[in-house]
Design a protein around this ligand. Structure first.
Ligand SMILES: C[S@@+](CC[C@H](N)C(=O)[O-])C[C@H]1O[C@@H](n2cnc3c(N)ncnc32)[C@H](O)[C@@H]1O
Length: 283
């Protein structure tokens, strides 16, 4: 899906058909399509039916009710899993050189949440950065969640990842953190144990903990404005004062001050400390 396509708000299904699909998808998968941008979701749905050889939706949904494996595939298709290690390398540099040292000055054991973690690339990138911060003994907790159970299975298995997905990993880090087998890369076993993967619907499930760093990147781009805004409020509430929200390269938190966040650099927002006057964003 390209940004160009997303910019064109052409609805390609009538309301009756889309309402029927939304109802079925919610009851079968728990995914509320009302929260996702309609034009791009409709395009994806429209492309799926011929792909699986069905002429109409009622027949397809009857088939899904009887065939759990196919239901899993359909769910995977609806949730777009593209990801790679150190996605936006310069943002990870800023994370490494400015954000993490600052967070580590405040607290030696960090709690981090990768929300919408796909196959685990983001969470493992985080682990590598923290583990490479040599001045600090590793005692952090990384929670990584996604709505997609099969993406989580992949993540827990530590791969396989393609050469493309690890193209931002330096040769030295590849050698130390990955094992290669048949041109595919696997995160080494001890690293896998350091990240907890859990299924979680970011739009609906409660967020119990407080985190020093929440990473939610390239997830909300698929959400409708209302869903996006209420999600950012819930994410901000899950961050400790002084903690950080790290969003995707094209994502902007609307009116961050309203939810006690201040933008400190492109893609990075800090949760305000009680009584602290808000500063302006760095240019
Ligand atoms: C494009 S991937 C982004 C992966 C990673 N954060 C990155 O930036 O590379 C989007 C992920 O969001 C997940 N997702 C979509 N809707 C979700 C929801 N309601 N709750 C949790 N995860 C969701 C998808 O399953 C998918 O793995």
């Amino acid at each position: 899906m390209t940004d160009k396509q997303d910019a064109c708000p052409t609805f390609i299904m009538d309301d009756l058909e889309y309402n029927y699909i939304k109802h079925q998808v919610l009851s079968l998968t728990g995914i509320d399509l009302n929260c996702y941008k309609a034009p791009q979701m409709q395009r994806r749905l429209k492309a799926y039916l011929p792909r699986v050889g069905f002429a109409n939706w009622p027949k397809f949904f009857r088939f899904l009710r009887d065939t759990p494996a196919e239901l899993g595939k359909f769910r995977d298709y609806l949730t777009i899993n593209v990801s790679y290690f150190f996605r936006d390398a310069e943002k990870y540099k800023y994370l490494q050189n400015s954000i993490l040292p600052d967070l580590l000055r405040r607290r030696s054991a960090l709690r981090i949440w990768s929300a919408g973690c796909s196959h685990g690339q983001e969470a493992y990138s985080l682990f590598i950065l923290l583990n490479e911060a040599k001045n600090f003994e590793y005692q952090h907790q990384i929670l990584a969640t996604d709505i997609d159970a099969s993406a989580l299975e992949w993540a827990r298995a530590g791969g396989p990842y393609t050469l493309d997905e690890i193209s931002n990993v330096s040769p030295d880090l590849r050698l130390r953190y990955f094992t290669v087998s048949q041109n595919k890369y696997w995160i080494n076993e001890p690293v896998r144990q350091k990240v907890s993967f859990r299924q979680h619907n970011i739009l609906a499930d409660p967020i119990a903990s407080k985190f020093d760093l929440v990473i939610c990147r390239n997830v909300v781009i698929y959400f409708e404005t209302e869903a996006k805004e209420s999600l950012y409020k819930r994410l901000a509430d899950a961050i400790r004062p002084g903690g950080i929200l790290f969003v995707g390269g094209t994502e902007i938190v609307p009116r961050p001050m309203d939810i006690e966040l201040e933008m400190i650099n492109v893609s990075f927002y800090r949760r305000q400390e009680p009584g602290q006057p808000a500063k302006t964003a760095r240019k």
